[in-house]
Design a protein around this ligand. Structure first.
Ligand code: GLP
Length: 241
């Protein structure tokens, strides 16, 4: 596991964008696993700049997002589908049918989850998975649990996650209570993982994830077992390392 500590959020974002762009430059047909939340916004901004400066080309890339609220419409400005358009997809040249996000308004959740895993498998698996981390250690929307869920599945969000994500909604009651998330097996099968974290609120969980017991109670702790993980954290999130 490589840990890169940066001075601030902007540097974290630049470093992360450079790593993603390198992946695409080395393998233009890369399959990228993408994350949402506040943390990767700066990284996406940097990637858009790099694309505009001809430093990276996404035309052959395939993307799979980690998760989506459920139920939610893609036109809802709090959906992750909307977020990805806003922060990345509308600014770069990734092909329309190469972008995948779980369908938050599916009528058949089981089929959606099964189909999502199949599509990842058919694409050859994920080359580089970008992750953020919840304050409770969740990755994607894999909340602390007594077991690790393997495939894409529907989850009930923890109160802590609902409260953390309420800042993006008008009212806490507007935060969906459920989501569809890639499972731990899919994440762990990614060839490389790039996890980002910034700010003091992530310091404790970063310490637990890196040095604590490997347990589904801290889902991100399983990354200790992955052979190729890069963690990019700013110095506030790295203060207990
Ligand atoms: C959200 C997302 C995660 C994200 C995490 C942290 O709920 N499902 O993919 O990594 O919570 O979010 P933030 O980056 O806003 O702290």
């Amino acid at each position: 596991m490589r840990i890169i500590i940066t001075d601030n959020y902007q540097e974290m974002s630049k470093k992360a964008a450079t790593l993603v762009a390198s992946q695409v430059n080395i393998k233009p047909g890369s399959v990228l696993g993408l994350a949402t939340g506040g943390t990767p916004v700066g990284m996406y901004k940097e990637l858009v700049k790099m694309y505009q400066d001809d430093e990276v080309d996404f035309s052959e890339v395939t993307t799979f997002n980690l998760d989506e609220y459920y139920p939610i419409d893609q036109t809802n400005d709090q959906s992750y589908a909307y977020y990805m358009q806003e922060h990345l997809f509308q600014h770069i040249n990734v092909a329309k049918d190469s972008m995948h996000i779980p369908n938050g308004k599916t009528k058949d959740v089981d089929q959606e989850c099964y189909g999502y895993d199949q599509a990842i498998y058919n694409a050859g698996g994920i080359d580089l998975q970008v992750l953020g981390i919840g304050t409770n250690g969740h990755i994607g929307f894999n909340e602390p649990d007594i077991t690790f869920e393997s495939g894409t599945h529907k989850v009930t969000l923890d109160q802590e996650t609902i409260e953390a994500n309420a800042r993006f909604f008008d009212r806490i009651d507007d935060v969906p209570k459920e989501a569809i998330s890639m499972g731990m097996k899919t994440i762990m099968q990614s060839k490389k993982i790039l996890l980002l974290a910034n700010g003091e609120s992530k310091a404790q969980i970063i310490d637990k994830m890196l040095f604590g017991e490997i347990s589904p109670n801290v889902p991100a702790s399983i990354l200790q077992l992955h052979p190729h993980v890069i963690i990019v954290v700013d110095k506030e999130a790295a203060q207990y390392i």
